[in-house]
Design a binder for this molecule. Structure first.
Ligand code: ADP
Ligand code: MG
Length: 253
């Protein structure tokens, strides 16, 4: 059975997609079989994992709204052992189209359960909202991993996210756990970053991953080449930290 982890935070630009793509690729790199599931209509995880938009016939939209077969949707990424359920802009209508449908919150869970035995990990890249797509991800997941950017107001909005997690635990997925909080885009030259680390650790305590992701130019460049950092520049600091983070996730069970 695969362990399913949702990467969620309704704030945009905090490093969700970078974390989803690179944890997935690093888990694959250390020999795990991984399915990266893109449920953001922007499709950045899809392209970041090396899948060209033109090569996608059916995407996660067809899974959620049209009951497509997941095996027809899954694509091979640029990394061995890493497969992808791609997303396209078509998914932007799903949030509304799903509203009147039956079992609208458990559609992703049902689709993923078809291939559960084929993977060690499934990593879901969520959109920057707490709507039905994120609810589908949380319902399908064993745990949620929350990237928090090292900036002012880092904790802002997190109570809403935790509230959504609690609602999902109560009504849809009693076993949903918090995998942890990962601090991202740290600029070690400023005091601000260190203050934010302290603040987040005070709030989330042992739930904060030891690995902190610094700002790293190579991490920002890699997506435009359709390569996770581990393939784009294995010697970079970005590759090193995401490998550390992936190992922490594995050690966490
Ligand atoms: P989200 O998915 O939460 O919107 P992204 O992962 O897309 O956030 O990150 C936002 C932007 O910041 C992207 O352009 C990404 O390449 C860049 N970025 C993310 N993490 C880092 C990092 N550690 N160092 C440098 N750039 C980063
Ligand atoms: Mg994103």
């Amino acid at each position: 059975m695969a362990k399913v982890v949702a990467i969620a935070n309704q704030k945009g630009g905090v490093g969700k997609t970078t974390t989803a793509v690179n944890i997935s690729a690093c888990l694959a790199y250390i020999g795990k079989k991984v399915l990266l599931v893109d449920i953001d209509p922007q499709g950045n995880a899809t392209s970041g994992a090396g899948i060209e938009k033109g090569d996608v016939d059916e995407c996660v939209y067809n899974l959620l709204v049209e009951d497509a077969k997941i095996n027809q949707v899954i694509k091979q990424s640029s990394v061995e052992n890493l497969h992808v359920v791609p997303s396209t802009i078509q998914l932007s209508g799903a949030e509304i189209e799903l509203v009147p449908t039956i079992s609208r919150e458990i559609r992703l869970k049902k689709a993923l359960s078809e291939v559960d035995g084929e993977y060690d990990y499934m990593i879901i890249d969520c959109p920057p909202s707490l709507g039905l797509l994120t609810i589908n991800a949380l319902t399908a997941s064993d745990s949620v991993l929350i990237p928090v950017q090292c900036e002012y107001y880092a904790l802002e909005g997190l109570s809403q996210l935790l509230n959504t997690v609690r609602l999902v635990q109560k009504h849809l997925n009693t076993d949903l756990a918090i995998e942890g909080v990962v601090l991202t885009m740290l600029d070690a030259r400023t005091n601000l970053g260190l203050q934010v680390i302290e603040e987040v650790k005070k709030y989330f305590r042992e739930k904060v991953f030891n690995t902190i992701i610094p700002r790293n130019v190579r991490l920002g460049e890699a997506p435009s080449h359709g390569l996770p950092i581990i393939l784009y520049d294995v010697k970079s600091r970005g590759a090193e930290v995401y490998l550390d983070l992936a190992k922490e996730v594995v050690a966490g069970g």
